[in-house]
Design a protein around this ligand. Structure first.
Ligand SMILES: NC(=O)c1ccc[n+]([C@@H]2O[C@H](COP(=O)([O-])OP(=O)(O)OC[C@H]3O[C@@H](n4cnc5c(N)ncnc54)[C@H](OP(=O)(O)O)[C@@H]3O)[C@@H](O)[C@H]2O)c1
Length: 310
């Protein structure tokens, strides 16, 4: 599957496809919206702030006035917003070829909570997408050749971010001291555990929708806004890759034909920090079926949503 310098030029026409992207007003989500609408897809750009969303739509329309963009409100840190969004989506769309679970928040210095009281990184990055994906699955599974592409991070395995450890005894960092970086790493490991478990469940039920995953290495976006000047400005300029490059892994995961499911794409240069996207390996924990099962059960309990595959 190794390709020489896979770029957006490798993406086939997306005419006729309906693609939903979360966190579409900024960084990787905005770039993916631009590229995929440029390839002819109807792109549903979901945002939690409509003003920011309108500006993002204008940015794309300036370059491509014919882009088929639909802006919709979705706050992943509020289950009610996700349920409202799902109802709205069901009333407007009958197919969903690609769901790109991209939105994310990283390392807020103080422990922040979602509307329902979960630590915000576990709550929005993981639980929010878990609920969203489940609510949309009836449409996704009846759309031929459909897929779900999940944006994770190298942080799912790095020591600084908790070393790939789900803190099941304290998922919301309520009991022990809040560790912003571990909470982020945990949420990004959860993204992968969810992706692989969902893929296994879909296969087991003979549902043709596939699930793929990606990480963008280190990319200059607004994600690092909670960090100090050195990272936010200096490192982002000198080390991080540009957003056009950082978006390629998720674009590949979302569009490459012939994938079977569970593929994980990331950059391959400088310990996966930058470079063109190829298949990469996530850590052993992310493939652990027992951990995935436990996370699935707790996620159903916390979201109050039970997946139905029959
Ligand atoms: N950039 C990197 O180096 C890097 C590395 C590894 C993984 N990632 C992952 O890539 C994804 C995209 O991040 P990015 O780098 O493009 O950062 P970004 O520019 O900050 O974009 C993040 C997007 O997520 C949205 N978002 C955050 N919380 C949300 C919520 N509760 N509900 C709905 N939307 C929400 C943001 O909306 P607002 O603009 O309203 O805040 C924004 O649109 C994230 O999942 C991140 O973990 C990025």
């Amino acid at each position: 599957m190794a390709t020489t310098n896979w770029t957006a030029d490798n993406i086939p026409s997306q005419q006729g496809k309906t693609i939903l992207i979360t966190g579409a007003n900024s960084g990787l989500g905005l770039e993916a919206s631009k590229v995929l609408s440029g390839k002819g897809a109807q792109v549903i750009m979901t945002v939690r702030n409509l003003q920011k969303g309108k500006e993002a739509v204008e940015t794309i329309k300036k370059e491509n006035p014919d882009a088929k963009l639909d802006l919709m409100l979705l706050d992943l840190s509020d289950f009610q917003s996700i349920r409202r969004f799902s109802e709205d989506f069901h009333s407007r769309y009958s197919q969903l070829h690609v769901l790109i679970n991209n939105a994310g928040v990283m390392s807020p210095p103080n422990r922040e909570l979602t509307k329902q009281g979960f630590e915000v990184q576990f709550g929005a990055n993981h639980l929010g997408h878990f609920l969203l994906t489940g609510l949309l699955l009836d449409i996704t599974r009846k759309t031929p050749n459909s897929r779900i592409a999940v944006q994770s991070s190298l942080a799912h395995k790095h020591k600084q971010y908790g070393g790939g450890y789900m803190v099941f005894e304290d998922l919301n960092f309520e009991k022990k001291t809040y560790n912003k970086d571990h909470a982020y790493g945990q949420s990004k490991l959860a993204n992968l555990l969810f992706a692989y478990e969902l893929e296994r469940k879909l296969k087991a039920h003979h549902i043709s929708t596939i699930v793929t995953a990606a990480h963008p290495g280190y990319t200059n976006t607004n994600l690092q806004k909670n960090f100090g000047f050195f990272i936010k400005v200096i490192m982002n300029k000198l080390v991080a890759q540009k957003v056009e490059m950082g978006t390629l892994p998720i674009l590949r995961a979302a569009t490459e034909e012939g994938l079977k499911g569970s593929e994980f794409f990331g950059p391959t240069k400088m310990n996966e920090i930058k470079g063109f996207p190829e298949l990469v390996k996530s850590n052993d924990k992310s493939y652990d079926k027992e951990i995935a099962k436990r996370l699935w059960e707790v996620s159903e309990k916390l979201t109050g949503f039970t997946y139905k595959f029959d």
